[in-house]
Design a protein around this ligand. Structure first.
Ligand code: FRU
Length: 462
């Protein structure tokens, strides 16, 4: 029987209510700040606020409570997602104010407003008055009313803002505005890829890691395949070769294709990530450990009054061999390892009784298999790699309706599994492929059995 809470020890989450996208993530004035979409009264109300949490090391977080309320006309139905820009000394925030007019509307072409709103802070804790910078009237006429999630950056002395959009004829679209003063913006580029990226592009990003430029974002409406796009909506990136986002749309067509779209995470629960820099210039990605409109649930955490969390902070690096980005927990995550857990060798197998939160590392051979279950002998989930396919599979209701997720890769040499009460993150080859999933074990301990593994190290985590 489970007696412990499913609440997390080191993932960012809300003690009560609903959490989704990370927002405004940045390093400012000696601290990391991560805000997050937060509906404190969920399930009674889904109205979105911004929660706020700070950290010195990206692994120990202090929650400061609600930072942004939907309290002006232009955001009255939700303070939606946005980003922070800190390069000019202040913390400057750009986000989307969502408005829904009462009446008989589809809320796609009528009845909705999505406004770009600005505020700033000189200390990271007190915030200026909000200013509305753009409304739907400022967006191109061939866009519907879904235009949101501003990302702001500076390049060659100019400011740019990237917004994700849904065109009137239901195509995922990208809008880029430019400005000299961060307040007045004019359209710089409108780009609706000819590739099938579904009907909407949420949480757009433009970033550079190890000299490689990439467009990030969350297309909605791509058809699922056997080894890719298995979630309801996707989250990933397109690498741009030898150019930036200011290249011609004709050139972007070579890179912004379904084939070139790489998903950040192949698990059941990952969406809407943000990327921000450490003072040393390392790039960190943090995502929402959830997906909108998923067919599986979190009934077991909702019984405790909370739903969802963010993922761990993962450092991004460019892997020249695979020509993809790897994402792996920041080094400071190792500090969450507490006592070592005993590993038992029994013939071909290694077994252990793990704590409800743990950090497990193994070297893997071909046809590796890991099983997690309970003391009564039930297997809850298996993770296996065979013939170029990694498979994560739930065998019972500890996944609250989650079934199977797959990813293709050439080989698996090492695996790290980090469990935090009811979320599991599985990293293959130091982050070449990652699976994030909710997992609600039935007991306070988790049994482990591994085949074709060596050098097993396991720690309780806290
Ligand atoms: C992504 C998203 C964003 C939006 C926010 C609302 O999960 O739909 O596009 O700003 O969540 O909570």
């Amino acid at each position: 029987m489970r007696t412990k809470s499913y609440k997390h020890l080191f993932h960012i989450f809300g003690e009560k209510g609903w959490v989704n996208d990370p927002n405004g993530s940045c390093y400012y004035d000696g601290k990391y700040h991560v805000f997050y979409q937060y509906a404190p009264e969920y399930p009674k109300s889904a109205l979105k606020f911004w929660g706020h949490t700070v950290s010195k090391d990206l692994v120990h977080w202090t929650d400061l409570g609600i930072a942004v309320k939907p309290d002006i006309d232009a955001d009255r139905d939700g303070a939606y997602s946005g980003t922070a820009f800190c390069d000019d000394g202040k913390m400057e925030i750009f986000y989307t104010g969502n408005v829904k007019h009462p009446g008989d509307h589809d809320y796609i072409l009528t009845g909705r407003e999505q406004n770009v709103i600005y505020f700033s802070s000189e200390d990271g804790e007190h915030f200026s008055e909000k200013e509305v910078l753009m409304t739907n009237a400022d967006f191109p006429k061939d866009m519907g009313l879904h235009v949101r999630d501003p990302k702001v950056w500076k390049e060659n002395g100019k400011y740019f803002m990237f917004l994700g959009a849904r065109s009137v004829d239901d195509h995922a679209s990208m809008l880029i505005f430019s400005s000299d003063n961060k307040k007045e913006w004019k359209l710089f580029k409108e780009y609706t890829p000819s590739a099938d990226l579904g009907y909407m592009f949420e949480c757009p990003d433009y970033f550079n890691v190890d000299g490689i430029n990439a467009i990030g974002g969350c297309p909605q409406g791509i058809k699922s395949e056997e080894y890719r796009f298995m979630n309801m909506y996707q989250s990933g990136y397109f690498i741009l070769k030898d150019c930036g986002i200011d290249t011609t749309n004709e050139n972007l067509e070579n890179f912004v294709t379904q084939e070139n779209f790489v998903e950040w995470d192949m698990g059941f629960d990952f969406y809407a990530p943000q990327i921000f820099a450490t003072p040393e210039g390392k790039k960190i990605i943090i995502g929402w450990a959830g997906v909108p409109d998923a067919e599986y649930t979190n009934a077991k955490s909702l019984e405790e009054g909370f739903e969802h969390s963010l993922t761990l902070c993962r450092e991004i690096s460019y892997d020249k061999e695979s020509k993809k980005f790897k994402t792996y927990p920041v080094k400071a995550q190792d500090e969450r390892r507490a006592s070592a857990i005993e590993i038992v060798n029994s013939g071909q197998e290694k077994t252990a009784t793990l704590t409800s939160s743990f950090d497990l590392e193994v070297k893997a051979d071909n046809n590796v298999s890991l099983e997690f279950g309970d003391l009564a002998g039930n297997t809850d989930l298996t993770f296996a790699f065979e013939n170029g396919v990694a498979t994560l599979r739930f065998l019972n209701d500890t996944g609250c309706g989650r079934d199977v997720r797959r990813a293709k890769l050439d080989k698996v040499e090492d695996i790290r599994v980090i469990m935090d009460e009811s979320i599991m993150e599985i990293y293959l080859n130091k982050g070449e492929v990652v699976f994030t999933t909710r997992y609600y074990p039935n007991e306070d301990t988790i049994t482990f059995k591994g085949t074709n593994i060596s050098d097993v190290k396991a720690y309780s985590a806290e």
